[in-house]
Design a protein. Structure first.
Length: 349
C-alpha cells in the first residue's frame, strides 16, 4: 500500500451529471493492486470507457505484473504505469510515477473501486482535470449531496461495476442500458491463441474433445481461508463423477507447480495468464474457490462455478451469463456436489 502520511489538497469528486460527454481524450484508470483477480475486475470499466469515449486514450496505474497480458486487446489502452508491490517502500519509483502522471495532464482520472485508500490518494495527486470515484468517506458523501446519496442506493453490489456505475452517474446516464445489462469481464484472445488452447486441451486429454463428454477445469487452490484442502477436493470430484459420469477433469496447477489432486487428472501449468485463458476458453466448465484464476475463467467466457468460504458472494462472484456461486461454509463436499447439479446440467456440450 502507498504510505498515507501524504495528505492531498482537497478537491471535489465529480457530481451527478457533471462529466461532459465530449472533450475527454486522456483518461487515467487507477487500481494500485497486485492481485490478478482485482486487475481482471477492471475490464468492464475499460469496455465502458471504450464505448463512451471511443476517441480517447487510456493509461492505467497497477501493481499487477500480468497487467500487460490482461489488457492486451483493449484498443484504447496506451500505457500501463507499473507500481511495485509495496509502493511506499520504493519512494523514488513512486515519485517518478506521480511526476509522469502529472505531466500527462489527464482530462479524467478514475479511482475504480470503493474503499481503496491508495487509489483515492493517487486520484487526488494525479493532477487530472476531472476526478471520478464513488463517494465513500463522510466528507465525500457530504460534498456529493443528496444526488449522490440517492444514486448510491441503486449502486450494483459487484466489485467490477463500481467504476462503471460511477462513470454512468457522472455522465448523467441511465444506470442500466435499455436491455438491462452491464459490460462483462473480458480478456481478448486472438484467433491463434484460441487455436493454441484447442491444441493444448487435445494434448492434455490425449484425444480431441467430443460431444459425449464435458471437460471441467479445476483449480483447487486459493489464498488464506478461501482455500479448500486437497482431500476436500478429491471427495468433491468423486461425488461429481458418481452423479455425472460424462464429466472429464483437468487440473490447473498453482504458481508453485505442484498438483493438489495427487495427479489423478491431466494437469496444466503456465505462468502466462493468456495461455491459461486460452485453455480455459476451450473447456465446458470451470470450478474453483474464490481466486484470481476464477475471475480469469469468467473473463475467458467459460461457465464458472465459484465456491466461497465467506459470505461475500454478491461482491466477488463470477458474473458471466452462465456462472454460478455457492457458499460452501459448513457444507460437506457431497452436499456441494449436489448443490452444483443445476450448474452442471446447464453446461454446453
Amino acid at each position: 500500500m502507498i504510505s498515507h502520511g501524504v495528505r492531498p489538497t482537497h478537491r471535489h469528486l465529480l457530481g451527478i451529471g457533471e462529466l461532459p460527454p465530449r472533450d475527454i481524450f486522456r483518461i487515467l484508470l487507477l487500481r494500485p493492486n497486485h492481485r490478478l483477480g482485482n486487475t481482471l475486475l477492471l475490464t468492464p470499466l475499460l469496455t465502458e470507457l471504450e464505448r463512451r469515449y471511443p476517441g480517447a486514450e487510456i493509461d492505467l496505474v497497477t501493481g499487477c505484473e500480468a497487467a500487460d497480458d490482461v489488457f492486451a486487446g483493449f484498443r484504447q489502452v496506451r500505457h500501463i504505469h507499473q507500481l511495485t508491490r509495496r509502493p511506499g517502500h520504493h519512494p523514488v519509483h513512486l515519485l517518478r510515477t506521480l511526476l509522469r502522471l502529472r505531466r500527462n495532464r489527464y482530462d479524467l482520472a478514475i479511482d475504480s473501486t470503493r474503499g481503496s485508500r491508495s487509489g483515492r490518494l493517487l486520484l487526488f495527486l494525479s493532477g487530472a482535470r476531472h476526478l471520478l470515484g464513488l463517494p465513500s468517506s463522510k466528507r465525500e458523501l457530504r460534498d456529493g449531496g443528496s444526488a449522490w446519496q440517492a444514486a448510491l442506493t441503486h449502486a450494483p453490489s459487484h466489485f467490477s461495476l463500481d467504476g462503471v456505475y460511477a462513470l454512468r452517474c457522472a455522465m448523467g446516464l441511465p444506470f442500466l442500458d435499455q436491455d438491462n445489462t452491464w459490460p462483462p469481464m473480458r480478456i481478448h484472445l486472438r484467433a491463434e491463441e484460441q487455436a493454441c488452447g484447442r491444441t493444448l486441451l487435445t494434448d492434455l486429454l490425449g484425444h480431441a474433445p467430443d460431444g459425449d463428454h464435458q471437460v471441467i477445469a479445476l483449480f483447487p487452490n486459493a489464498t488464506g481461508n478461501k482455500r479448500l484442502g486437497g482431500e476436500w477436493w478429491l471427495t468433491l470430484v468423486d461425488a461429481l463423477q458418481a452423479a455425472h459420469p460424462q464429466l472429464r477433469f483437468i487440473e490447473m496447477l498453482p504458481a508453485h507447480g505442484q498438483s493438489q489432486l495427487q495427479l489423478r487428472f491431466p494437469a496444466f501449468y503456465s505462468s502466462n495468464v493468456r495461455r491459461m485463458a486460452a485453455l480455459l476458453a476451450q473447456c465446458n466448465g470451470y470450478i474453483s474457490a474464490d481466486c484470481g484464476v476464477m475471475h480469469l475463467a469468467c473473463a475467458a467466457g467459460v461457465p464458472t462455478l465459484g465456491l466461497f468460504t465467506r459470505d461475500n458472494l454478491t461482491r466477488y462472484r463470477p458474473r458471466g451469463p452462465h456462472d454460478e456461486a455457492l457458499c460452501v461454509a459448513d457444507r460437506t463436499p457431497v452436499e456441494v456436489a449436489a448443490a452444483a447439479a443445476p450448474f452442471l446440467h446447464a453446461l454446453p456440450r
